[in-house]
Ligand binder design. Structure first.
Ligand SMILES: Cc1ncc(C[n+]2csc(CCOP(=O)(O)OP(=O)(O)O)c2C)c(N)n1
Ligand SMILES: [Mg+2]
Length: 308
């Protein structure tokens, strides 16, 4: 049962992530201080927020390259993330990783990766460690729809099913791999149905509905925690901005402005915005804006890592 307080928490976290991403988009080119390739999460916020809110202390996430939302939703530190994007020593990966390689082991962010599908076996490995240690924790792997085409996805599903590992695979299906639509890359079988051959549950949810994502996550996580093995959650969503970078890219022709506008209508944040009053929203925006300013100032003032 999702009460008012939880709904508000989910709303706030999505708004926070949206504001961070949109601020990065504003400063990325004009300031030219972030040298790392940056994949923005705008439009997909409900997935990381819905999943991470179903987790408990000690659970871990292994996020994919569109990682900022996961890092923040799991409790990562904004200043450390911003410093990482600026390539600074105070960054969460000491300035050497950039946007796609965010780590905060203390918060359970076990390291995102630029290698498609790369963090799927990492999560299975974390889950194996939990099983061996006999702790009731769960590991989450996030990936995009393109990672389903990687061998390592299938190897991990096979092993996780065989060993009944406490892992939940989350596929954020935003319909594209860079500029290639799903239909030119995969046979017409829904991603969540691929689990049939591994004998594990697969579910599809509206990935722009944070309440639905949360409920699906709760169920998958409780199965995993009870020793009943993995689940694949396919969350249908859409990235608003270009694959990598801050621009809108419908002018490239691989997707239409109309398609983007239809998904903007389905904004995950707008869908639960009735949980706050206008005044509350203003205050939240004011507070988050200040925090983001402070994180950017902190990142700018931090030194670069020493070559040694
Ligand atoms: C193993 C591997 N192959 C190819 C790439 C190049 N690459 C980077 S992002 C990307 C598209 C990823 O699409 P998807 O997994 O659907 O995630 P999205 O970016 O759509 O969120 C590709 C092909 C890579 N990083 N790793
Ligand atoms: Mg994709």
């Amino acid at each position: 049962m999702i009460n008012h307080d939880l709904k508000k928490k989910l709303y706030k976290e999505m708004l926070y992530i949206r504001m961070i991403e949109e601020r990065i988009a504003e400063i990325y080119h004009p300031a030219d201080e972030m040298k790392c390739p940056t994949h923005l999460y705008t439009g997909q916020e409900a997935v990381a927020v819905g999943i991470c809110n179903a987790l408990i202390e000690g659970d871990v996430v292994c996020p994919y390259h569109r990682s900022h939302g996961w890092y923040m939703a799991k409790g990562g530190d904004l200043k450390a993330m911003m410093a990482e994007l600026f390539g600074k020593e105070a960054g969460c990966s000491k300035g050497w990783g950039g946007s796609m390689h965010l780590v905060d082991v203390g918060s359970g962010v076990m390291g995102s990766s630029s290698i498609l599908g790369g963090t799927i076996p990492h999560a299975a490995g974390c889950a194996l460690a939990f099983q061996i240690k006999e702790v009731e924790n769960v590991a989450i792997a996030s990936c995009g729809d393109a990672a389903i085409e990687e061998g390592v996805f299938h190897e991990s599903m096979n092993w996780a099913s065989l060993k009944k590992l406490p892992v939940v695979f989350v596929c954020e299906n935003n319909l594209y791999s860079t500029s290639s639509p799903l239909g030119v890359r995969q046979p017409p079988v829904e991603i969540y149905k691929r689990t049939v051959s591994y004998g594990i549950p697969g579910v599809r949810v509206d990935g722009n509905d944070v309440l639905k994502v949360y409920e699906a996550a709760l169920e998958a996580v409780s199965l995993a925690r009870a020793g009943d093995g993995p689940t694949l959650i396919e969350a249908m969503t859409y990235r608003w901005r270009e694959h990598v970078g801050p621009n809108y890219d419908y002018s490239l022709g691989y997707r239409s402005k109309q398609e983007l506008e239809e998904w903007i209508e389905k904004c995950p944040i707008k869908r639960v915005s009735d949980v706050v009053s206008e005044r509350e929203e203003e205050l939240l925006i004011e507070g988050f804006s200040k925090e983001i300013d402070e994180a950017i100032d902190f990142a700018r003032q931090s030194p670069f890592p020493k070559p040694s």
